[in-house]
Design a protein around this ligand. Structure first.
Ligand SMILES: Cc1ncc(COP(=O)(O)O)c(C=O)c1O
Length: 357
Protein backbone atom coordinates (compact mmCIF):
# COMPACT_ATOMS: atom_id res chain seq x y z
CA UNK A 1 0.00 0.00 0.00
CA UNK A 2 0.98 3.68 0.09
CA UNK A 3 3.18 3.23 -2.95
CA UNK A 4 4.47 6.40 -4.46
CA UNK A 5 1.79 7.75 -6.75
CA UNK A 6 4.32 8.60 -9.48
CA UNK A 7 5.52 5.03 -9.59
CA UNK A 8 2.03 3.74 -10.21
CA UNK A 9 1.51 6.28 -13.00
CA UNK A 10 4.25 4.48 -14.96
CA UNK A 11 2.27 1.25 -15.04
CA UNK A 12 -0.28 0.65 -17.76
CA UNK A 13 -3.52 -0.92 -16.62
CA UNK A 14 -5.15 -3.20 -15.76
CA UNK A 15 -2.18 -4.58 -13.87
CA UNK A 16 -1.25 -6.57 -10.81
CA UNK A 17 1.03 -4.76 -8.36
CA UNK A 18 3.08 -6.63 -5.77
CA UNK A 19 4.99 -4.80 -3.05
CA UNK A 20 8.08 -6.86 -2.21
CA UNK A 21 8.61 -5.17 1.16
CA UNK A 22 5.19 -6.30 2.37
CA UNK A 23 5.70 -9.75 0.84
CA UNK A 24 8.92 -10.19 2.82
CA UNK A 25 7.29 -8.93 6.02
CA UNK A 26 4.42 -11.38 5.59
CA UNK A 27 6.74 -14.31 4.87
CA UNK A 28 9.05 -13.65 7.81
CA UNK A 29 6.33 -12.85 10.31
CA UNK A 30 4.55 -16.13 9.66
CA UNK A 31 7.76 -18.15 9.55
CA UNK A 32 8.63 -16.76 12.99
CA UNK A 33 5.19 -17.71 14.27
CA UNK A 34 5.61 -21.30 13.02
CA UNK A 35 9.15 -21.54 14.39
CA UNK A 36 7.95 -20.29 17.78
CA UNK A 37 5.19 -22.88 18.07
CA UNK A 38 7.34 -25.65 16.59
CA UNK A 39 5.40 -26.46 13.42
CA UNK A 40 6.86 -26.92 9.96
CA UNK A 41 5.73 -24.47 7.30
CA UNK A 42 5.06 -25.63 3.75
CA UNK A 43 3.65 -22.65 1.82
CA UNK A 44 1.20 -23.24 -1.01
CA UNK A 45 2.46 -21.57 -4.18
CA UNK A 46 -0.98 -21.47 -5.83
CA UNK A 47 -1.30 -17.89 -4.51
CA UNK A 48 1.73 -16.32 -6.22
CA UNK A 49 2.81 -18.92 -8.84
CA UNK A 50 6.26 -17.30 -9.07
CA UNK A 51 9.51 -19.27 -8.47
CA UNK A 52 11.40 -16.29 -7.01
CA UNK A 53 8.74 -15.86 -4.31
CA UNK A 54 8.75 -19.59 -3.52
CA UNK A 55 12.50 -19.32 -3.04
CA UNK A 56 12.04 -16.44 -0.59
CA UNK A 57 9.70 -18.68 1.40
CA UNK A 58 12.25 -21.50 1.44
CA UNK A 59 15.10 -19.15 2.38
CA UNK A 60 13.02 -17.88 5.29
CA UNK A 61 12.77 -21.41 6.67
CA UNK A 62 9.93 -23.28 4.94
CA UNK A 63 10.57 -27.05 4.70
CA UNK A 64 9.34 -27.17 1.12
CA UNK A 65 6.36 -26.03 -0.87
CA UNK A 66 2.88 -27.20 -1.71
CA UNK A 67 1.47 -27.24 -5.23
CA UNK A 68 -2.01 -28.24 -6.21
CA UNK A 69 -1.38 -29.60 -9.67
CA UNK A 70 1.39 -31.47 -11.39
CA UNK A 71 1.90 -28.81 -14.09
CA UNK A 72 1.98 -26.12 -11.40
CA UNK A 73 4.72 -28.08 -9.63
CA UNK A 74 6.71 -28.48 -12.86
CA UNK A 75 6.50 -24.73 -13.52
CA UNK A 76 7.50 -23.66 -10.05
CA UNK A 77 10.65 -25.82 -9.97
CA UNK A 78 11.71 -24.75 -13.45
CA UNK A 79 14.22 -22.17 -12.19
CA UNK A 80 15.84 -24.50 -9.62
CA UNK A 81 16.25 -23.85 -5.91
CA UNK A 82 13.18 -25.81 -4.81
CA UNK A 83 13.82 -29.36 -3.70
CA UNK A 84 10.77 -30.53 -1.82
CA UNK A 85 7.18 -30.50 -3.10
CA UNK A 86 3.92 -31.85 -1.78
CA UNK A 87 1.16 -32.11 -4.39
CA UNK A 88 -2.16 -31.95 -2.59
CA UNK A 89 -4.31 -33.45 -5.29
CA UNK A 90 -5.34 -36.96 -6.36
CA UNK A 91 -3.24 -37.70 -9.42
CA UNK A 92 -5.38 -39.67 -11.83
CA UNK A 93 -4.65 -40.71 -15.41
CA UNK A 94 -1.64 -42.00 -17.29
CA UNK A 95 -0.28 -38.70 -18.58
CA UNK A 96 -0.26 -37.07 -15.17
CA UNK A 97 1.23 -40.17 -13.54
CA UNK A 98 4.04 -40.20 -16.06
CA UNK A 99 4.69 -36.52 -15.37
CA UNK A 100 4.71 -37.26 -11.66
CA UNK A 101 7.40 -39.91 -12.08
CA UNK A 102 9.50 -37.38 -14.02
CA UNK A 103 8.98 -34.76 -11.36
CA UNK A 104 9.99 -37.21 -8.61
CA UNK A 105 13.23 -37.84 -10.50
CA UNK A 106 14.05 -34.14 -10.23
CA UNK A 107 12.90 -33.12 -6.72
CA UNK A 108 11.73 -34.77 -3.53
CA UNK A 109 8.03 -35.23 -4.23
CA UNK A 110 5.15 -36.46 -2.11
CA UNK A 111 1.48 -36.71 -2.97
CA UNK A 112 -1.90 -37.40 -1.41
CA UNK A 113 -4.55 -40.01 -2.15
CA UNK A 114 -8.04 -40.72 -0.86
CA UNK A 115 -8.99 -43.87 -2.78
CA UNK A 116 -7.68 -47.29 -3.69
CA UNK A 117 -8.09 -46.24 -7.35
CA UNK A 118 -5.63 -43.40 -6.91
CA UNK A 119 -3.21 -45.53 -4.89
CA UNK A 120 -3.24 -48.25 -7.55
CA UNK A 121 -2.28 -45.76 -10.26
CA UNK A 122 0.53 -44.35 -8.11
CA UNK A 123 1.81 -47.83 -7.31
CA UNK A 124 1.84 -48.96 -10.95
CA UNK A 125 3.79 -45.83 -11.80
CA UNK A 126 6.36 -46.09 -9.02
CA UNK A 127 6.83 -49.85 -8.88
CA UNK A 128 10.54 -50.45 -9.42
CA UNK A 129 11.47 -46.79 -8.84
CA UNK A 130 14.75 -46.15 -7.04
CA UNK A 131 12.89 -44.53 -4.18
CA UNK A 132 9.38 -45.19 -2.94
CA UNK A 133 6.90 -42.34 -3.42
CA UNK A 134 5.70 -40.89 -0.09
CA UNK A 135 1.89 -40.76 -0.01
CA UNK A 136 -0.28 -39.01 2.57
CA UNK A 137 -3.90 -39.98 3.03
CA UNK A 138 -6.19 -37.02 2.46
CA UNK A 139 -8.88 -36.72 5.13
CA UNK A 140 -12.14 -34.79 4.88
CA UNK A 141 -12.34 -33.13 8.26
CA UNK A 142 -15.39 -31.08 7.34
CA UNK A 143 -14.62 -29.05 4.21
CA UNK A 144 -16.61 -31.50 2.06
CA UNK A 145 -13.95 -31.65 -0.59
CA UNK A 146 -11.69 -34.63 -1.30
CA UNK A 147 -10.67 -36.94 1.52
CA UNK A 148 -11.76 -40.07 3.34
CA UNK A 149 -14.62 -39.39 5.69
CA UNK A 150 -13.62 -41.53 8.67
CA UNK A 151 -10.42 -42.27 10.64
CA UNK A 152 -10.93 -45.99 9.95
CA UNK A 153 -10.87 -45.37 6.19
CA UNK A 154 -7.69 -43.34 6.64
CA UNK A 155 -6.15 -46.29 8.46
CA UNK A 156 -7.25 -48.76 5.76
CA UNK A 157 -5.67 -46.63 3.05
CA UNK A 158 -2.46 -46.19 5.06
CA UNK A 159 -2.14 -49.98 5.20
CA UNK A 160 -2.92 -50.26 1.50
CA UNK A 161 -0.25 -47.70 0.64
CA UNK A 162 2.34 -49.62 2.61
CA UNK A 163 1.35 -52.89 0.91
CA UNK A 164 1.60 -51.26 -2.53
CA UNK A 165 4.88 -51.61 -4.41
CA UNK A 166 6.69 -48.34 -5.01
CA UNK A 167 4.84 -46.41 -2.29
CA UNK A 168 5.38 -45.51 1.34
CA UNK A 169 2.78 -44.06 3.69
CA UNK A 170 4.03 -40.77 5.05
CA UNK A 171 1.15 -39.23 6.93
CA UNK A 172 -2.21 -37.50 6.94
CA UNK A 173 -3.27 -34.39 5.08
CA UNK A 174 -6.43 -32.31 5.29
CA UNK A 175 -7.77 -29.13 3.77
CA UNK A 176 -9.60 -28.14 6.92
CA UNK A 177 -12.82 -26.22 7.34
CA UNK A 178 -12.37 -22.89 9.13
CA UNK A 179 -13.02 -22.48 12.85
CA UNK A 180 -13.54 -26.18 13.58
CA UNK A 181 -10.30 -26.97 15.36
CA UNK A 182 -11.72 -29.50 17.80
CA UNK A 183 -13.38 -31.57 15.10
CA UNK A 184 -10.26 -31.50 12.91
CA UNK A 185 -7.94 -32.40 15.77
CA UNK A 186 -10.13 -35.25 16.91
CA UNK A 187 -10.46 -36.79 13.39
CA UNK A 188 -6.71 -36.62 12.79
CA UNK A 189 -5.79 -37.83 16.29
CA UNK A 190 -8.11 -40.81 15.97
CA UNK A 191 -6.77 -41.67 12.52
CA UNK A 192 -3.19 -41.38 13.76
CA UNK A 193 -3.87 -43.70 16.72
CA UNK A 194 -5.50 -46.34 14.51
CA UNK A 195 -2.59 -46.25 12.07
CA UNK A 196 0.07 -46.36 14.78
CA UNK A 197 -1.72 -49.36 16.31
CA UNK A 198 -0.84 -51.15 13.05
CA UNK A 199 2.82 -50.29 13.66
CA UNK A 200 2.84 -47.73 10.87
CA UNK A 201 4.53 -44.41 11.62
CA UNK A 202 2.58 -41.23 10.96
CA UNK A 203 5.43 -38.84 10.27
CA UNK A 204 3.44 -35.91 9.00
CA UNK A 205 0.05 -34.45 9.84
CA UNK A 206 -0.43 -31.61 7.38
CA UNK A 207 -3.14 -28.98 7.81
CA UNK A 208 -3.47 -25.44 6.49
CA UNK A 209 -5.38 -22.35 5.49
CA UNK A 210 -4.89 -18.62 5.94
CA UNK A 211 -8.22 -17.98 7.72
CA UNK A 212 -7.05 -19.94 10.79
CA UNK A 213 -3.37 -19.09 10.45
CA UNK A 214 -3.07 -17.64 13.96
CA UNK A 215 -4.89 -20.56 15.62
CA UNK A 216 -2.58 -23.42 14.65
CA UNK A 217 -2.00 -24.32 18.31
CA UNK A 218 -5.67 -25.34 18.56
CA UNK A 219 -4.83 -28.40 16.43
CA UNK A 220 -1.92 -29.89 18.40
CA UNK A 221 -1.79 -33.12 16.36
CA UNK A 222 -0.58 -31.13 13.32
CA UNK A 223 3.12 -31.20 12.40
CA UNK A 224 2.98 -29.08 9.25
CA UNK A 225 1.06 -26.02 8.07
CA UNK A 226 0.27 -25.27 4.43
CA UNK A 227 -0.63 -21.69 3.70
CA UNK A 228 -0.95 -19.67 0.52
CA UNK A 229 -2.76 -16.34 0.73
CA UNK A 230 -0.72 -15.04 3.69
CA UNK A 231 2.09 -13.98 1.33
CA UNK A 232 -0.14 -11.34 -0.33
CA UNK A 233 -3.28 -11.22 1.82
CA UNK A 234 -6.55 -10.08 0.25
CA UNK A 235 -9.91 -8.52 1.00
CA UNK A 236 -11.29 -11.72 2.51
CA UNK A 237 -8.50 -11.82 5.10
CA UNK A 238 -8.82 -8.09 5.81
CA UNK A 239 -12.61 -8.36 6.29
CA UNK A 240 -12.15 -11.37 8.57
CA UNK A 241 -9.58 -9.38 10.57
CA UNK A 242 -6.77 -11.88 9.90
CA UNK A 243 -4.54 -9.04 8.69
CA UNK A 244 -4.66 -5.27 8.36
CA UNK A 245 -4.94 -3.38 5.06
CA UNK A 246 -1.29 -2.35 5.52
CA UNK A 247 -0.23 -5.98 5.12
CA UNK A 248 -1.88 -6.41 1.72
CA UNK A 249 1.00 -6.92 -0.72
CA UNK A 250 -0.95 -7.42 -3.93
CA UNK A 251 -3.41 -5.06 -5.55
CA UNK A 252 -4.96 -4.52 -8.96
CA UNK A 253 -4.26 -1.18 -10.57
CA UNK A 254 -7.06 0.07 -12.82
CA UNK A 255 -7.86 3.24 -14.74
CA UNK A 256 -11.16 5.09 -14.79
CA UNK A 257 -12.27 5.01 -18.43
CA UNK A 258 -15.73 6.54 -18.18
CA UNK A 259 -17.87 8.57 -15.77
CA UNK A 260 -21.39 8.24 -17.21
CA UNK A 261 -23.04 9.84 -14.14
CA UNK A 262 -21.73 11.60 -11.08
CA UNK A 263 -22.25 8.54 -8.93
CA UNK A 264 -21.05 5.90 -11.39
CA UNK A 265 -17.61 5.35 -12.87
CA UNK A 266 -16.25 2.57 -15.07
CA UNK A 267 -12.76 1.07 -14.74
CA UNK A 268 -10.74 -1.08 -17.11
CA UNK A 269 -10.62 -4.06 -14.77
CA UNK A 270 -13.48 -6.49 -15.20
CA UNK A 271 -13.95 -10.18 -14.52
CA UNK A 272 -10.93 -11.07 -16.68
CA UNK A 273 -8.74 -9.42 -14.06
CA UNK A 274 -10.61 -9.30 -10.75
CA UNK A 275 -12.47 -12.59 -11.49
CA UNK A 276 -16.09 -13.17 -10.46
CA UNK A 277 -15.07 -14.79 -7.19
CA UNK A 278 -17.08 -13.08 -4.46
CA UNK A 279 -15.53 -15.38 -1.84
CA UNK A 280 -18.60 -15.01 0.34
CA UNK A 281 -18.63 -11.21 0.23
CA UNK A 282 -20.60 -8.48 -1.49
CA UNK A 283 -18.91 -6.53 -4.30
CA UNK A 284 -15.79 -7.28 -6.33
CA UNK A 285 -12.98 -5.87 -4.22
CA UNK A 286 -12.31 -2.81 -2.11
CA UNK A 287 -10.73 0.38 -3.37
CA UNK A 288 -7.68 1.64 -1.49
CA UNK A 289 -8.31 5.03 0.13
CA UNK A 290 -11.93 5.17 -1.12
CA UNK A 291 -13.99 3.14 1.36
CA UNK A 292 -17.20 4.84 0.25
CA UNK A 293 -16.91 3.52 -3.32
CA UNK A 294 -18.22 0.06 -4.25
CA UNK A 295 -17.41 -2.16 -7.21
CA UNK A 296 -20.87 -3.57 -7.71
CA UNK A 297 -20.73 -5.09 -11.15
CA UNK A 298 -18.21 -6.67 -13.50
CA UNK A 299 -18.39 -7.65 -17.10
CA UNK A 300 -15.36 -9.06 -18.86
CA UNK A 301 -13.49 -5.80 -19.45
CA UNK A 302 -15.46 -3.31 -17.35
CA UNK A 303 -15.84 -2.76 -13.63
CA UNK A 304 -18.68 -0.58 -12.38
CA UNK A 305 -18.01 1.65 -9.39
CA UNK A 306 -20.90 3.30 -7.63
CA UNK A 307 -21.29 5.69 -4.76
CA UNK A 308 -24.29 7.10 -2.96
CA UNK A 309 -22.65 10.51 -3.35
CA UNK A 310 -20.48 11.85 -6.12
CA UNK A 311 -17.72 9.31 -6.87
CA UNK A 312 -15.28 12.20 -7.41
CA UNK A 313 -13.41 9.98 -9.84
CA UNK A 314 -12.07 11.43 -13.05
CA UNK A 315 -11.42 9.80 -16.39
CA UNK A 316 -7.77 8.76 -16.55
CA UNK A 317 -7.43 8.46 -12.77
CA UNK A 318 -5.74 5.32 -11.48
CA UNK A 319 -7.08 3.40 -8.51
CA UNK A 320 -5.78 0.44 -6.54
CA UNK A 321 -8.12 -2.40 -5.73
CA UNK A 322 -7.70 -5.08 -3.08
CA UNK A 323 -9.17 -8.16 -4.73
CA UNK A 324 -11.55 -10.44 -2.88
CA UNK A 325 -9.36 -13.49 -3.45
CA UNK A 326 -5.68 -13.10 -4.35
CA UNK A 327 -5.01 -16.64 -5.66
CA UNK A 328 -7.42 -16.46 -8.59
CA UNK A 329 -6.32 -12.99 -9.67
CA UNK A 330 -2.70 -14.06 -10.23
CA UNK A 331 -4.07 -16.70 -12.57
CA UNK A 332 -5.46 -14.00 -14.86
CA UNK A 333 -2.43 -12.03 -16.08
CA UNK A 334 0.95 -13.11 -17.48
CA UNK A 335 3.01 -10.85 -15.27
CA UNK A 336 2.97 -8.87 -12.08
CA UNK A 337 4.60 -5.50 -11.46
CA UNK A 338 6.87 -5.97 -8.52
CA UNK A 339 7.67 -2.81 -6.57
CA UNK A 340 11.23 -3.49 -5.47
CA UNK A 341 12.96 -2.36 -2.29
CA UNK A 342 14.61 0.38 -4.35
CA UNK A 343 11.11 1.55 -5.41
CA UNK A 344 11.57 0.44 -8.98
CA UNK A 345 9.09 -1.51 -11.06
CA UNK A 346 10.16 -4.98 -12.09
CA UNK A 347 7.95 -7.05 -14.39
CA UNK A 348 7.90 -10.64 -13.21
CA UNK A 349 6.36 -13.52 -15.13
CA UNK A 350 3.70 -15.57 -13.37
CA UNK A 351 5.23 -18.83 -14.50
CA UNK A 352 2.67 -21.19 -13.02
CA UNK A 353 -0.28 -19.19 -14.32
CA UNK A 354 -2.83 -21.38 -16.09
CA UNK A 355 -1.07 -24.54 -14.91
CA UNK A 356 -4.23 -26.29 -13.85
CA UNK A 357 -3.43 -29.64 -15.41
C1 LIG B 1 -4.60 -28.13 -0.31
C2 LIG B 1 -4.61 -26.77 0.25
N1 LIG B 1 -3.75 -26.47 1.23
C3 LIG B 1 -3.70 -25.26 1.78
C4 LIG B 1 -4.53 -24.26 1.34
C5 LIG B 1 -4.42 -22.95 2.04
O1 LIG B 1 -4.54 -21.86 1.30
P1 LIG B 1 -4.80 -20.40 1.90
O2 LIG B 1 -3.68 -20.11 2.80
O3 LIG B 1 -4.79 -19.59 0.69
O4 LIG B 1 -6.08 -20.41 2.64
C6 LIG B 1 -5.45 -24.52 0.32
C7 LIG B 1 -6.36 -23.49 -0.17
O5 LIG B 1 -7.08 -23.60 -1.12
C8 LIG B 1 -5.48 -25.81 -0.25
O6 LIG B 1 -6.32 -26.12 -1.23
Amino acid sequence: MDKEINLLQEIDTPAIIVDINIVKENIHKYQRYCDDIGIKLRPHIKTHKIPALAKLQIEAGAVGITAQKISEAEAIISEGGINDILITYNIIGEQKLKALRNLANKVKTSVVADSSFCIEGLSKTFEGAKEALPVLVECDTGANRCGVISPQEACDLAELINRSPGLIFSGLMTYPPTSQAQKINSFLTNAKKLIEAKNIAVNTVSIGGSPDMWKVKDIPVATEYRIGTYIFNDRSLVENKICSVKKVAMTVLATVVSTPTKNRAIIDAGSKVLTSDLFGMNDHGSIVNFPELRITQLTEEHGTIVSEQNTNLEIGQKIEIIPNHACVVTNMLNEVNLITEEKKIKKVKVIARGKVW
